[in-house]
Design a protein around this ligand. Structure first.
Ligand SMILES: [Zn+2]
Ligand SMILES: [Zn+2]
Length: 358
């Protein structure tokens, strides 16, 4: 781990190594120009980058809905690193800070930005979302307020995974989870597992996780689930679960249908999982029980809470890392979801030991 003090000045090379997606299933490590920094931005030497389902989706299919990869794209949006240079408007004292990057740049001017919902900014530039490059690269730039300083006690991996934790924090806020709540989570992948931990940190008393794979159910029990269910054995819709909130982290239509039916009157269902873009909903149940059904789109102002949850030990992210890859093997990192025992793969653009070698 790098200390934030006593940092030697770094010379910034004009070009950097980056893993570039040039066609579906085709990644090449290329020497590309180091991104130019605006006056209100910082340059981050990237340490660790978590692989997300959306990266894998772009890698395999070249698109997610309306977002289409039309020119070469650098993937990766869950990252940590160290500030090595700052724009004119940023105090030089930030150089050397270890940071977690909130990988977005909103316009600050539109209606949604002014309302404090910058995740819904229609002019958003988000990492690794075409045509904006991500962080499978030695360096990246980010506006200074979205480079969040992390404590020295936090690993580079945990700092990178503050991004999916931010998704979970947003989800718990939307789900209205408070001390004593009961929550049902469908899907024990990375978001399901981090959501279970976050629900526990928010004080949920009952955390039920469903998944088809027994290995994944076992894992959920180690990360905060108080009960796990195989939905082929127990019908979630009729089992009398009667939860305050349902979170779908599976994207599976059957799971969404059953999960909403498990919600008690005036409860909430939050659809997080990416799967079918259209599905059938239990409308009568939603109407008669006045259930709020909502989605989430990324996050607004979640890094401070996420940093606190990890620094305080309420959420543990390091053990979620099941694979470590250098830039040349980013393709293997993106394929690792084929192994059910894999949870989070991490790519190290500057070498696994931060030694620049790979
Ligand atoms: Zn992600
Ligand atoms: Zn905006």
């Amino acid at each position: 781990m790098t200390q934030t003090d006593a940092v030697a000045p770094t010379t910034i090379p004009e070009r950097m190594r980056a893993s570039v997606l040039t066609a579906p299933l085709t990644l090449n490590v290329e020497h590309v120009p180091t991104p130019p920094m605006a006056t209100d931005e910082v340059l981050v030497e990237v340490a660790a980058v978590g692989v997300c389902g959306s990266d894998t989706h772009y890698y395999r299919h070249g698109r997610i809905g309306d977002f289409v990869v039309e020119s070469p794209l650098i993937l990766g949006h869950e990252l940590s690193g160290r500030i090595v240079a700052v724009g004119e408007e940023v105090p030089e004292t930030r150089i050397g800070e270890r940071v977690a990057v909130e990988p977005q740049k909103n316009c600050r001017r539109c209606r949604e930005c002014r309302a404090g919902r910058y995740n819904l900014c229609p002019n958003m530039e988000f990492y690794a979302t075409p045509p904006i490059d991500g962080a499978f690269a030695q360096y990246c730039v980010i506006r200074t307020e979205f480079a969040h300083r992390v404590p020295d006690s936090m690993s580079n991996e945990a700092a990178a995974l503050l991004e999916p934790l931010s998704v979970a924090v947003t989800t718990m806020r939307k789900a209205g989870v408070t001390p004593g709540s009961s929550i049902l989570i469908a899907g024990a992948g990375p978001i399901g597992i981090i959501s279970a931990q976050t629900a526990r940190a928010f004080g949920a008393a009952e955390i039920i996780v469903t998944d088809l794979v027994s290995e994944r159910r076992e894992r959920a029990l180690r990360y905060g689930a108080t009960r796990v269910i195989d939905p082929r054995e127990i019908d979630v819709a009729t089992a009398g679960l009667d939860v305050n909130a349902f979170v779908d982290a599976s994207g599976a239509p059957q799971a969404v249908m059953a999960g909403i039916k498990a919600v008690r009157p005036a409860g909430t269902a939050v659809l997080v999982g990416l799967g079918s873009s259209e599905m059938t909903l239990p409308v009568e149940h939603i109407q008669n029980l006045e259930i709020t059904v909502t989605g989430i789109f990324r996050y607004t102002d979640t890094w401070p809470a996420a940093i606190h949850l990890v620094a305080s030990g309420a959420v543990e992210l390091d053990s979620l890392v099941t694979g470590k890859f250098v830039l040349e093997h980013a393709d293997e990192a993106l394929e690792s979801d084929k192994d059910p025992s894999s949870l989070k793969s991490v790519v190290y653009p500057n070498g696994i030991d931060g030694d620049g070698k790979s």
